[in-house]
Design a protein around this ligand. Structure first.
Ligand code: GFB
Length: 322
């Protein structure tokens, strides 16, 4: 990938897509193509084909997806399955059909079986039943991995796939119903502090373990893979470090400066008990994360305080992975 190659970043307004565009610009790439969802509805096959036929991007980052936290995944089950299949089919197949040199598909750590051995090695795919709360999203992402593999096998198309762990960063969705845990808790603690609320309600029991990677690190890893990796096998992207939701909650409260009570609402689902990536393959290739969790959360709290709007964000937004 040279600095003048044309590079299409699908989902450029989302958490990962926006970070990929920023990092590409920082690295001197000048020919970046983007489209908002108003300009190009990625669910519409004919429109996507017309776009690829006209633009013929040489490199494609597929960071467009309907994403959300545990509640959104579990509630909008049909939308998560249908829309993600449509979006990824249209992008991946058009990239192949209109001569892209290479494509990177973003999957998610939820592709692995609920009770797969930890840390999650790439070989665990399709070895057991999925976590029910995000099964539709996971099935769509697994289909994307398999489409990339099949296009490579049948036509020699250079499609690679990566599975990022739970991501966070600027331009995330902070809606309290549909977001992931980290942005939800940042917002809850900031608002509770500002209103001197005596308690903050967190979901589930706090016992699940999760791994979190800053979106700027994730984007860096994805560009690294586009530049340095051309294998058929997909690769995990993460830190290899985990934290309980309870400890995460306390860390965010401390960073925000909230000292009230934290109450656990056990009527809300915990989701998968543990989700830690085996990042051995990525480390072996020479990439490691740089932003540690405390530092990353602190920067997102600052970003949120500077840019917050309390508009409700639909989970239909073009947002990347996870
Ligand atoms: O981030 P999250 O929504 O999704 O929730 P998953 C992680 C954990 O945090 C769960 C708990 O155990 C939640 O019950 N939690 C505590 C909260 N308080 C809150 C809160 O205020 N909001 C939210 N959202 N959670 C997603 C999948 O699973 O992970 C997606 O649904 C995707 O498909 C993504 O794979 C990476 O980590 O459980």
């Amino acid at each position: 990938m040279t600095h003048t190659n044309s590079i299409y970043v699908a989902g450029h307004r989302g958490l990962v897509g926006s970070a990929i565009v920023q990092r590409l610009r920082e690295q001197g790439y000048t020919n970046i193509i983007t489209r908002t969802s108003k300009e190009l509805d990625l669910r519409r096959q004919a429109d996507v084909e017309r776009f690829f036929e006209q633009e013929r991007p040489e490199y494609v980052f597929d960071a467009a997806a309907k994403v959300g936290g545990i509640y959104a995944n579990n509630t909008y089950r049909a939308d998560f399955l249908y829309e993600n299949l449509a979006i990824q089919n249209n992008i991946i197949h058009s990239a192949y059909r209109f001569g892209a040199t290479k494509l990177l598909f973003l999957g998610s750590s939820c592709i692995y079986p609920k009770l797969a051995p930890q840390p999650l090695h790439e070989d665990a795919l399709l070895t057991g039943p999925l976590e029910p709360t995000n099964e539709p999203y996971a099935i769509a992402k697994i289909a994307g991995i398999k489409l990339c593999e099949a296009l490579r096998d049948q036509y020699g198309f250079q499609a690679i796939s990566c599975m990022p762990t739970n991501l966070y960063g600027p331009n995330d969705n902070f809606d309290l119903q549909t977001s992931h845990v980290l942005p939800a808790l940042i917002r809850k603690f900031i608002e509770a502090k500002e209103s001197s609320a005596p308690e903050v309600i967190a979901w589930g029991t706090g016992s699940p373990l999760r791994e979190f990677l800053h979106s700027h690190d994730a984007a860096d890893a994805m560009i690294f893979l586009m530049q340095n990796y051309d294998g058929r096998e997909f690769l995990n992207i993460g830190t290899g470090q985990e934290i309980s939701i309870k400890a995460l909650t306390e860390l965010i409260a401390e960073i925000v400066g909230y000292s009230g009570t934290i109450t656990w609402d056990s009527t809300k689902p915990d989701g998968t008990p543990r989700k830690l990536m085996d990042v051995g393959k990525l480390h072996h290739l020479g990439w490691r994360h740089k932003i540690e969790l405390r530092e990353g959360i602190t920067s997102v709290v600052e970003w949120y305080l500077q840019t917050r709007t309390f508009e409700q964000k639909e989970p239909t937004k073009e947002i990347s992975h996870a």
